[in-house]
Ligand binder design. Structure first.
Ligand code: ATP
Length: 262
């Protein structure tokens, strides 16, 4: 079977069940958005899909092979994982840090391909002009783009990105989401955790909606980003502005606009 396919993922941490029989799939050529409230289990799901965190039950298959049976190197070449948080970067040049994304390919070293992959990753994340700067001097959003660039430099056929745009300004957030859409058109499978429902609705082919460790719905954005589902899962009402879905107020009224009373 093609794609990244997970069935029945269940995991307890510290005596609490944080994933309950989660089933998800990411096909080549699609961007799958993983959404849901804080603590819903999105990061945990991505960690299990990446193979970093073993599940207590269930399986993850990558193009028909059990992820658990792959060597770490094999996995790293096929699946690039961008965790939600990273260590503060060392005082190395940005370009050199991005080049570390090529480490999984070191056995089949190809200097030209490595340089092209790094160049492409720097371009996709808007870091070309900053390539010679020490990474330790970067702002929060620039660091987030650096971490994404390193994940993209792997050129794995699947990318799992946990909140890659949370720290980005609107222009860079749009650029990163457009990159994901472009990479998917070129055949990559992308799973991306997002809190921005507008970006999720606009750039994802499918959405996986989580709550309390469960996948409560999955489907096309128009099927998932409904007022009823957003009320039930997030406790917010939404408004549609053109094609965009915008969280508007808390269902209990606490976020009514104090300037206008609406
Ligand atoms: N090591 C751990 N031990 C115990 N509980 C944990 C551990 N790691 C995560 N959890 C719990 O698992 C649940 C899911 O956490 P997770 O980080 O996957 O949520 P999330 O949906 O990514 O949230 P957020 O949107 O806040 O990033 C949370 O209730 C969290 O407190």
């Amino acid at each position: 079977m093609t794609g990244l396919v997970a069935r029945g993922l269940t995991l307890s941490l510290d005596g609490r069940t944080v994933l309950h029989e989660a089933c998800v799939a990411v096909a080549p050529g699609e961007v799958v958005g993983v959404i849901g409230p804080n603590g819903a289990g999105k990061s945990t799901l991505l960690r299990v899909l990446s193979g970093i965190q073993p599940a207590d039950a269930g399986e993850v298959m990558l193009e028909g092979r059990a992820l658990a049976g792959m060597t770490p190197g094999d996995r790293a070449r096929r699946l690039s994982f961008l965790p939600q948080e990273g260590e503060p970067p060392p005082p190395m040049r940005i370009e050199d840090l991005v080049a570390l994304g090529r480490l999984p390919h070191r056995a089949a070293r190809d200097g030209a391909r490595d340089r092209a992959a790094v160049e492409c990753a720097l371009a996709e994340t808007g870091l070309l002009d900053l390539r010679d700067r020490p990474a330790s001097q970067l702002s929060g959003g620039e660091r987030a783009r650096l971490r994404l660039a390193r994940a993209l430099a792997v050129e794995a056929p699947y990318l799992l990105a946990d909140e890659p745009v949370a720290a980005l300004d609107p222009a860079h957030a749009l650029a990163v989401m457009a990159s994901f859409a472009r990479l998917a058109r070129a055949g990559m499978g992308v799973a991306v955790v997002l809190h921005d429902l507008t970006l999720a609705g606009r750039f994802c082919h499918r959405l996986v909606l989580m709550r309390d460790g469960r996948v409560v719905a999955q489907g096309r954005p128009a099927e998932i980003l409904t007022d009823g589902a957003m009320r039930a899962v997030y406790g917010v009402t939404v408004r549609r502005v053109g094609d965009a879905v915008v969280p508007w107020s808390l269902t209990d009224g606490r976020a009514d606009d104090e300037r206008t009373g609406s």
